[in-house]
Design a binder for this molecule. Structure first.
Ligand code: KG4
Ligand code: ZN
Length: 337
């Protein structure tokens, strides 16, 4: 392809209003993220109605900023990629409606993108040599999936969580030890000052599937531990609880992921999603992959949590394959990969 392909990408599935311009799939010309975190902290989690309203307020602004920072005009865009699921229906609708309105007014093709495909594709941005096939662990606030990426846009889910997602467990445990929302980054930070071997929390085994996860038992074990300390009048060392909980999550994620990579016979492994920015998880995955002779890939933290650049990358590979969405594109909160 001689001409460069420019994608305007929009992401609004949860509490980040984001827009980006991506060139030829892997070059990020701009990546604007308006985070609503401070707005939701007060309530201990994302309030969908508040998120939707804020997205409406911010969406045009982040799109204009993304184009301005990229130094491009809207008419130069080859396609508009937008997350249409999974996620919160109200927030998703804001991005989808904005993308459809721009596409309708300009005749620029519209490409609906799966949010998880976006997270996985974040790996292509900084790892220019990464090509499918590979195994990817997607660990975010809503999902914990082990995915075989067979080709661009072709995914097979080989493991999933039976209950809570990894990020959800981080958020719930953080709330229980008084750290507030969002829990992941806060636990990551204080765990560095704690002893990961101080308390032994269970590592869940899930029935017949060797690649599935379960985190609700671990979350309950932490809550039970906190309750029993309170009943006995013992002081809780939050740093130790955070470090021990984090180690339990990391160990399970590493074991399952490496087992999958070996079982399926691949030599490349990537991580994605908000939890992929966890420092202990990144270090443990790196160490284990080095030992096993597996090439390990991960995005920078800013590309792990929700952003539109990853949607632009995933959208690019859909676009060059000829995928186009119509004006009937709708938000699909439980969209399957
Ligand atoms: O991918 P993401 O931004 O949104 C979803 O698609 O869900 O992931 C957000 C999740 C939250 O649960 C947050 O607590 C978690 O990722 N997270 C982390 C870290 N940074 C974000 N979890 C552990 N350690 C982190 N450093
Ligand atoms: Zn996400």
């Amino acid at each position: 392809m001689n001409k460069e392909t420019l994608i305007l990408a929009i992401e609004s599935s949860c509490d980040e209003t984001a827009a980006a311009v991506v060139k030829n799939g892997r070059e990020v010309c701009s990546n604007i993220i308006f985070s609503q975190i401070s707005l939701h902290t007060l309530y201990g989690g994302v309030v969908p109605e508040i998120a939707s309203r804020k997205h409406i307020e911010k969406i045009n602004q982040v799109i204009e900023e993304a184009l301005r920072e990229a130094g491009h005009e809207l008419r130069e865009m080859d396609a508009i990629a937008v997350t249409y699921g999974p996620g919160l229906v109200g927030p998703l609708l804001v991005g989808v409606s904005a993308a459809k309105a721009i596409s309708f007014a300009t005749d620029i093709p519209l490409v609906g993108v799966h949010h998880i495909a976006g997270h996985i594709s974040a790996n292509y941005i900084e790892n220019k040599d990464l090509e499918p096939p590979f195994v990817c662990l997607v660990a975010s606030g809503g999902h914990s999936h082990l995915v075989v990426v067979k080709d661009y846009g072709q995914y097979e889910i080989i493991g999933r969580t039976r209950d809570d997602a990894a990020g959800e467990a981080f958020d719930k445990v953080a709330r229980a030890i008084g750290l507030g929302y969002p829990g992941g980054p806060k636990i990551d930070k204080i765990a560095r000052m704690g002893n990961p071997d101080a308390i032994h929390f269970p590592r869940a085994k899930v029935g017949e599937s060797e690649f599935d996860f379960s985190f609700s038992g671990l979350k309950s074990a932490v809550l039970n531990y906190l309750n029993s300390c309170q009943m006995k009048g013992e002081e809780v060392c939050t740093e130790d609880v955070a470090a021990s909980f984090q180690q339990a999550v990391v160990e399970v994620l590493v074991e399952h992921a490496i087992h999958a990579v070996k079982q399926y016979g691949y030599d490349k492994f990537a991580i994605a999603g908000g939890v992929a920015s966890n420092s202990a998880l990144r270090a443990a995955m790196k160490e284990r992959c080095d030992r096993e002779g597996i090439c390990f890939y991960h995005p920078s933290p800013v590309l792990c949590t929700d952003n539109a650049a990853m949607i632009g990358t995933a959208g690019y590979y859909e676009y060059i394959k000829g995928k186009r969405s119509g004006m009937d594109l709708n938000a699909v909160p439980n969209l399957k990969l």
